[in-house]
Design a binder for this molecule. Structure first.
Ligand code: BEZ
Length: 221
């Protein structure tokens, strides 16, 4: 089977930055002034790229994120967006969004005209001439380590609910004392980290109890 893209498709770079890797430092101009990645140490951060300002799907994402600002705040999770568009373009776009949707985008939107940040993070491949192909999302822990990433095509918007769920789940399992099962939300059962010893296997109440053991959120052992 050919691994060439179909007509009209293009290869899109995404995320050679690996889970557990320290996210590369950068300094950039943004809609909130000059920002450095290290300014966000001590907080969870979602760094996300969007293909272009003044486009329909990106606009829908930014409106939804702005409307969810309180939910991100409740998780103490900062947000930072990025595209190749200029700072003038970002500013004009957030004005258009405010006028049309009555929401203010008050997290920084970075300009990355040379693709320097996009390349460092693998949002674009080393030979790509533009960054309009992907929606990359990086979930960084308070030490600036990448804990999760997603990569969506330009044609499909991300789910803000899933971003919030991801941050909550990453925060909950961060100490390593529990695992978050499929669809986990705060308050629902977690899963015990299997001990992987003969003793724990033989002591379990049945043949699956040693590897599948739900525990209430709040309990850690
Ligand atoms: C959009 O956000 O709607 C979009 C961006 C780039 C290419 C296609 C669609």
């Amino acid at each position: 089977m050919s691994d060439q893209p179909k007509t009209g498709e293009a290869y899109a770079g995404c995320a050679p930055l690996r889970l557990g890797q320290k996210a590369p430092e950068f300094t950039a101009r943004s809609t909130q002034g000059v920002v450095r990645l290290s300014d966000f140490r001590g907080r969870w951060l979602i760094l996300f790229s969007h293909p272009a300002d003044f486009t329909p799907v990106c606009t829908s994402e930014f409106v939804a994120i702005a409307k969810a600002a309180k939910a991100f705040e409740a998780l103490d999770c900062a947000l930072m967006a990025l595209s190749v568009d200029s700072l003038f373009s970002h500013l004009a776009w957030i004005r258009a969004i405010r006028d049309r949707f009555d929401v203010v985008i008050d997290f920084p939107i970075i300009e990355d005209p040379t693709l320097e940040i996009g390349r460092a993070y693998g949002m674009v491949g080393p030979d790509d001439a533009d960054a309009s192909s992907v929606r990359a999302t990086y979930f960084l822990d308070p030490e600036g380590v990448m804990r999760a990433t997603t990569c969506y095509p330009a044609s499909v918007g991300r789910s803000i609910d899933e971003m919030l769920r991801m941050v909550a789940a990453l925060q909950r399992v961060h100490g390593g004392d529990a695992l978050a099962p499929e669809g986990w939300h705060p308050g629902s059962d977690l899963l015990r980290v299997p001990a992987q010893t003969v003793e724990s296997v033989l002591a379990a109440k049945d043949a699956s109890g040693w590897f599948y053991d739900p525990i209430p959120d709040g309990a850690t052992r």
